[in-house]
Design a protein around this ligand. Structure first.
Ligand code: 3PG
Length: 402
C-alpha cells in the first residue's frame, strides 16, 4: 500500500517533488524533442496547488549528449502550467537553499539537473541514500516528499529513496496511475507475449529481458535499434565493432541469452543504412564495416508485423530506428501502426515512442502508454522497484504515527 497526495494536507507545505523530465534531446539542435514527460509533471504540480513546490529531475547521463541543464525544461513547464516558475541554477548549494527558505504558498521552484550532484549518479541502500550530502543538506528544508518519477522508479538514487526514507512521503499522480493501470493489465494479459525491444540502453535491457522471459512475459522478442545490432553481432552476422560502451561485455551477454533461449529472439534480416543522409536498404549479409544502421528493412518489418498480428499482448519499448528523421522512421511507424490495429493488449513505453505515437496520431489506439522505459520493463517482470518499496515503507511509518 502506498499513500497519495489525497492523504495529506499539502497547503503551505514545502514539498520536494521528484519528477522525471528526462526528455529526448535532438542531438543536432539540442532542443527538447518531446515534452510528454514535462506535460506529465504538470498534473501533479497542479494537484499540489497550495503547497510550496520544489520540483527536481535529472536529464540525461553525465558524459552523454543529452546531459543538459534544466533551463529549457523550465521554459516549457512554465508555458504548460501558465504559471511563473523560478528556475534555480543550483541543486544543493546556498543559492537553492536560500530560495527554498523564502518560498511563499503556491510558488514553484525548479532545481537544476539533479545529476550535477555526483551522488545522484550512484545507487544506494535507502539509509545510505538518506545520509548522502544531497539529502542531508536539503531534507531539513522540506515538510513532505512526493515521488512521481515513475520512469526512474528502478533507480535507488538519493532523490528517489533518500528523502522518502525520512519525510512523510506519497506517490504523485503519474506513479499512482501507472501502478493502477499496469496492475490491471498484468492480470488480464494473454499469451503469446511479444516484446518489441529497441533503443540504446542495452546494458539495462539485457537483464530485464531475461527476467521477462523467465516470468512468462516474453514468448517472442523482436529486436530493433542498437540492441538489435548487439544481438546481430553476437550471432556473428555483424562482423565489425559497433562502437558502443562495454561492447564486448554486452555482446557476450547477448550471446549467452541466445544460447539459453534459442527460439525466443528475432533479429533483422535487412536494414536501412544512412548514406550521406539517404536511406539505402540492404540485406544484413551485405553490410560493410562503416555502414550506419538507422532503421529496419522492409522484409524485417513485414515479418515483425506478422508476429505482432497474432500476439495476445505486445509490449514495445524503444524506437526501431532513427525515427526523428523521416527517411528512417519507416520501421517505428509501421510497427506502431500494426500495434494499433492488432487485437492484442498493447503497452508502449519510453519517451521516444510517446513522441512517435503523438507524431503518427496513434495515441488513442494503444491500451497503455507510459513514458517509462527500463522501470516499466522491470515492473512487468514482477520485480519490486526501489521507489515503490520506499513509498510502501513510508506508508507503514505514516500509519504507525496516526
Ligand atoms: C529513463 O529515461 O529511463 C529514466 O529517466 C531513467 O534514466 P536513466 O536510465 O539514465 O537512469
Amino acid at each position: 500500500m502506498i499513500l497519495t497526495i489525497d492523504d495529506f494536507d499539502v497547503r503551505n507545505k514545502v514539498t520536494f517533488l521528484r519528477v522525471d523530465m528526462n526528455c529526448p534531446i535532438d542531438p543536432i539542435t539540442m532542443e527538447i524533442a518531446g515534452t510528454k514527460r514535462i506535460e506529465e509533471a504538470t498534473e501533479t504540480i497542479n494537484a499540489l496547488n497550495d503547497a510550496k513546490i520544489v520540483v527536481a529531475s535529472h536529464q540525461g547521463r553525465v558524459g552523454n549528449k543529452d546531459y543538459t541543464s534544466m533551463k529549457k525544461h523550465s521554459a516549457v513547464l512554465e508555458k504548460l502550467l501558465g504559471k511563473k516558475i523560478q528556475y534555480v541554477e543550483d541543486v544543493i548549494g546556498t543559492l537553492a537553499s536560500d530560495k527554498i527558505k523564502k518560498m511563499k504558498k503556491g510558488e514553484i521552484i525548479l532545481l537544476d539537473n539533479l545529476r550535477l550532484c555526483a551522488e545522484e549518479n550512484y545507487e544506494f541502500a535507502p539509509n545510505d541514500a538518506s545520509n548522502t550530502i544531497m539529502v542531508q543538506r536539503l531534507v531539513k528544508l522540506f515538510d513532505i516528499c512526493v515521488l512521481d518519477s515513475f520512469p526512474s522508479a528502478h533507480r535507488s538514487h538519493p532523490s528517489i529513496v533518500g528523502f522518502s526514507n525520512i519525510l512523510p512521503s506519497c506517490a504523485g499522480k503519474i506513479v499512482e496511475r501507472e501502478i493502477k493501470n499496469l496492475n490491471k493489465i498484468i492480470t488480464v494479459a494473454k499469451a503469446p507475449h511479444v516484446v518489441v525491444l529497441g533503443g540504446s540502453k542495452v546494458i539495462d535491457r539485457l537483464e530485464a529481458i531475461k527476467l521477462l522471459i523467465n516470468n512468462g512475459r516474453a514468448d517472442h522478442v523482436l529486436l530493433t535499434g542498437v540492441i538489435g545490432n548487439v544481438f546481430m553481432r553476437a550471432q556473428g552476422r555483424i562482423k565489425s565493432p559497433l562502437g558502443i560502451k562495454r561492447e564486448e561485455e554486452v555482446v557476450a551477454k547477448a550471446h549467452s541469452l541466445i544460447g539459453t533461449y534459442p527460439d525466443v529472439f528475432s533479429t533483422p534480416v535487412d536494414v536501412a543504412i544512412n548514406k550521406e543522409g539517404d536511406r539505402v536498404e540492404l540485406d544484413v549479409r551485405d553490410l560493410n564495416k562503416y555502414d550506419e544502421i538507422n532503421d529496419l528493412g522492409p522484409k524485417t518489418i513485414e515479418y515483425y508485423n506478422k508476429i505482432i498480428s497474432s500476439a495476445g499482448t505486445v509490449f514495445m519499448s524503444g524506437p526501431a530506428g532513427f525515427f526523428e528523421r523521416d527517411n528512417f522512421s519507416v520501421g517505428t511507424k509501421s510497427i506502431l501502426n500494426s500495434l494499433s490495429r492488432s487485437m492484442a493488449t498493447s503497452i508502449v513505453s519510453g519517451g521516444h515512442l510517446n513522441y512517435a505515437l503523438k507524431k503518427y496520431k496513434l495515441v488513442n489506439k494503444i491500451n497503455h502508454i507510459s513514458t517509462a522505459g527500463g522501470a516499466l520493463i522491470l515492473y512487468l517482470t514482477g520485480k519490486k522497484l526501489p521507489m515503490i518499496e520506499s513509498l510502501e515503507n513510508a506508508a507503514i511509518r505514516y500509519k504507525k504515527q496516526v
